[in-house]
Design a protein around this ligand. Structure first.
Ligand SMILES: Cc1ncc(COP(=O)(O)O)c(C=O)c1O
Length: 399
C-alpha cells in the first residue's frame, strides 16, 4: 500500500495493516531471533561511517522484528518516530535519562504509576534532578511550579490508579511557551482511547505490556515522539546514547507478540470500554461501594475534559469499599475476574493499589494521590459484562 493511503486509514485499519515481508512475502511479520548479525566489508564500512538503525549489528542495539513493532506503534500513536524498549519502565527511564542532566527540574502530576513516582522522587534526586509534584488537572498549580530550569512536564493521559484526566491543551501551551518538553504516559488509556501526540504532546511513553499486547504474555514498552522542540532524530540519538547503554532493548519474541496484539487493539478496546462503562454504572448504585472513579461517569471530576479528549473513556475503572480488609475480601472471592497485578489483558484483572502497586509509596503521598486503602482497581477484559457483574456482586455480598 502506498504510504500516503496508509496515513489516511482509520484507526482499526491502521492497527491491523502491516505491509508484507519483502523477502518471504509473508503477511504475518517474521520473527528474527538472532542476537548477532553477519557483517561484510560494505556493512562494516557503513557502521564505521555512522549508520546505525539501517544495518543490523547486535541485538541490544536493535532487531528487525523490534523495528517492525516501532513502525506499527508510530502508525497507531500518530508519531514521527518510535523507540521500543524492554518494558514500560524502560521507556520512561530511557526517556528521562536521555533528556535530563544534573540540575534539571521536572513538574509531574502527583499521581503516576508507583515506579515512575519513585524514580522521580527517590532515584533521580541522587543525580541532582528535582521534581515538583502538582495536580496537572489544575493548570495554575502547574504554572506556579515551573522554574527556569524546568525541562519536563509529565503526566498520565488517564492516571493510574485514580483515573484523573488532565486537560492537555493548557499543558501544551504552558510547556511550549517555555520550551519545556511535555511527556504523557498513555498506558492506562491506550492509543485507541486517546493519541496525546495529536493534541500537541511531545513524547508519549507507554507500557506495551498492557493494552497494546493485550494478552498478559509479554513485557515491553515504547517511546513515541512528534515534537517541534526536539531534533527529528532525537529517539535515534537516545537509542545510542541511553537505551543501548542502559541495556534495555525489547526482545524480538516480545516485539512479535506485541505486534500481534496491536492488530486487535481496536476490537478489544471497543469491548473493554463498553464493559468498563457498564461496570462503573453498576458500582455507582451498589450499596457496598462508596465511590466510583470512571471518566465516563458524570460524577467524575474531569468528565467534561475526558469527553472532549477521549470519548470512549477507557477500559479501566476504580471503586472504593470501606477499607483494605473489605477490598481484600472482595478480590479474594472473585472467581471469574483475576486478583492479579497488571492490566490491559483479555482477562479482567483486579488489584488493591494502596497495598499492591503503591505499597512502597508513603501513606501521606498516597493521600495526595487520592489512593484510599479500600480502592479496588479493575482492568476490564473480554468476558461478558453480565457475568462480571454477577462475579463482583457475589463477592461484594460477603461484606
Ligand atoms: C501507567 C503505567 N506506566 C508504566 C508502567 C510500567 O510498565 P511495565 O510494567 O511494562 O514496565 C505501568 C505498569 O503497570 C503503568 O501502569
Amino acid at each position: 500500500m502506498k504510504s500516503n493511503k496508509r496515513a489516511n486509514l482509520r484507526f482499526d485499519s491502521k492497527a491491523v495493516y502491516i505491509p508484507h515481508d519483502p523477502a518471504t512475502h509473508s503477511i504475518s511479520p517474521p520473527l528474527v531471533m538472532s542476537s548477532s548479525f553477519q557483517y561484510d566489508a560494505d556493512i562494516y564500512q557503513r557502521v564505521v561511517d555512522g549508520e546505525r538503525k539501517d544495518v543490523n549489528i547486535y541485538g541490544r542495539c536493535g532487531n528487525p522484528t523490534e523495528y517492525q513493532f516501532e513502525e506499527q506503534m508510530m502508525v497507531i500513536e500518530g508519531a514521527d518516530a518510535c523507540l521500543a524498549t524492554a518494558s514500560g519502565m524502560a521507556a520512561i527511564s530511557v526517556t528521562l535519562f536521555g533528556l535530563l542532566k544534573s540540575g534539571d527540574h521536572i513538574v509531574c502530576d502527583w499521581t503516576t504509576y508507583s515506579s515512575t513516582h519513585e524514580l522521580l522522587d527517590h532515584r533521580l534526586t541522587d543525580y541532582n534532578i528535582e521534581t515538583t509534584f502538582v495536580d496537572t488537572a489544575n493548570p495554575d498549580s502547574v504554572r506556579a511550579a515551573i522554574k527556569p530550569n524546568t525541562k519536563i512536564i509529565y503526566f498520565e493521559a488517564i492516571a493510574n490508579p485514580n483515573m484523573k484526566v488532565a486537560a492537555i491543551p493548557p499543558l501544551v501551551e504552558m510547556a511550549h511557551e517555555k520550551n519545556i518538553i511535555l511527556i504523557c504516559d498513555n498506558t492506562f488509556a491506550s492509543p485507541y482511547v486517546v493519541r496525546p501526540l495529536e493534541w500537541g504532546v511531545d513524547i508519549v511513553v507507554e507500557s506495551a505490556t498492557k493494552f497494546i499486547g493485550g494478552h498478559s504474555d509479554a513485557i515491553g514498552g515504547a517511546i513515541c515522539m512528534k515534537s517541534e522542540l526536539l531534533p527529528d532524530d532525537f529517539l535515534e540519538q537516545i537509542r545510542w546514547s541511553t537505551m543501548v547503554k542502559l541495556g534495555a532493548p525489547l526482545s524480538p519474541f516480545n516485539a512479535w507478540l506485541l505486534l500481534r496484539g496491536i492488530q486487535t487493539l481496536g476490537v478489544r478496546l471497543e469491548r473493554q470500554c463498553k464493559t468498563a462503562a457498564v461496570l462503573a454504572k453498576h458500582f455507582e448504585s451498589h450499596e457496598a461501594v462508596n465511590r466510583v472513579w470512571y471518566p465516563g461517569l458524570e460524577s467524575h471530576p474531569q468528565h467534561d475534559i475526558a469527553t472532549a479528549q477521549m470519548p470512549s473513556y477507557g477500559g479501566m475503572l476504580t471503586f472504593e469499599v470501606d477499607d483494605a480488609d473489605a477490598a481484600l475480601a472482595v478480590l479474594d472471592n472473585l472467581e471469574l475476574s483475576s486478583f492479579a497485578a497488571s492490566l490491559g489483558g483479555v482477562r479482567t484483572t483486579t488489584q488493591i493499589p494502596a497495598s499492591m502497586a503503591f505499597l512502597d509509596v508513603p501513606e501521606e503521598q498516597r493521600r495526595e494521590m487520592n489512593i484510599a486503602d479500600g480502592m479496588i482497581r479493575v482492568s476490564c477484559g473480554l468476558e461478558n459484562a453480565e457475568d462480571l457483574i454477577q462475579d463482583f456482586d457475589a463477592a461484594l455480598a460477603l461484606l
